[in-house]
Design a protein around this ligand. Sequence first.
Ligand code: GLN
Length: 275
Amino acid sequence: MTVEELIVLGKKYTSSTHAKMLLAILLEVNPLELLTILDKIVEEDKVNLYKKSLKALSENRPIQYVIGHVNFYGLKFKVNENVLIPRFETEELVENIKNYLEKKNIINPKILDLGCGSGVIGLTLKHFFPNSLVTLVDISKDALKVAESNAKTLGLDVNFIKSDWFSNVPLSKYDVIVSNPPYIMTDEEIEEIVKNNEPAIALYGGSDGLDCYRSILKYINKYLKDDYLIAFEIGYLEGEKLKELIKETIPNSRVTIKKDLSAKDRMLFVEKNID
Ligand code: GLN
């Protein structure tokens, strides 16, 4: 079949944009370039893979899982059903940490990423701070496999620990502790495509969404350097309540809640109070 025929076929299963995106990835070209090769005959194995992927898309599977990778902060990460699909908001979280480290001029930070999933946060930071010491933690063996594979492909040397939050993390002091834990409230309405495809273990954070932060906060004091940054991604309704929890757990801290690009509270940062 030709590229043109495949695009026509694709539109029967999914949107024109997704069909072209899929085909472009399979043919390793830019989606715009497809239009310049409409008459090209596509090899049979690629056609079969394309048809299989179209079927998955028509069954409402997320395109990121069907394609098998995503772009995060300019880096290519493998993803599958064992990990959350990275969100733009998490790129903002990473950007804030990057700005903090640059402002403080810390070139060899010790960073702990709790609940790393595919590894996007910890690995992106390692990419930008090659002299950093980064440890990625997850309770899921299958998620760690994805993160390990991403570290290998990106050529990044980091540590991995299978652990339920701090339970298996050896005592050591960190400059940055970051986490995008499961924070969706049990009763919260979320998109069907998310609910039906992404791992529940990476999404739900108990009745008020804060269970995982509670588990993290229980031991966090022992793992912080004197000067530190805690960076949490949060649910958009959870900032104020989490701020209170933090004030109880970490006296003398300064808490800042930041909005994402959709103007929703999405990040919470904790630093030592210097006043
Ligand atoms: N931001 C994700 C969503 O809205 C949830 C991520 C998380 O729970 N950490 O689907």
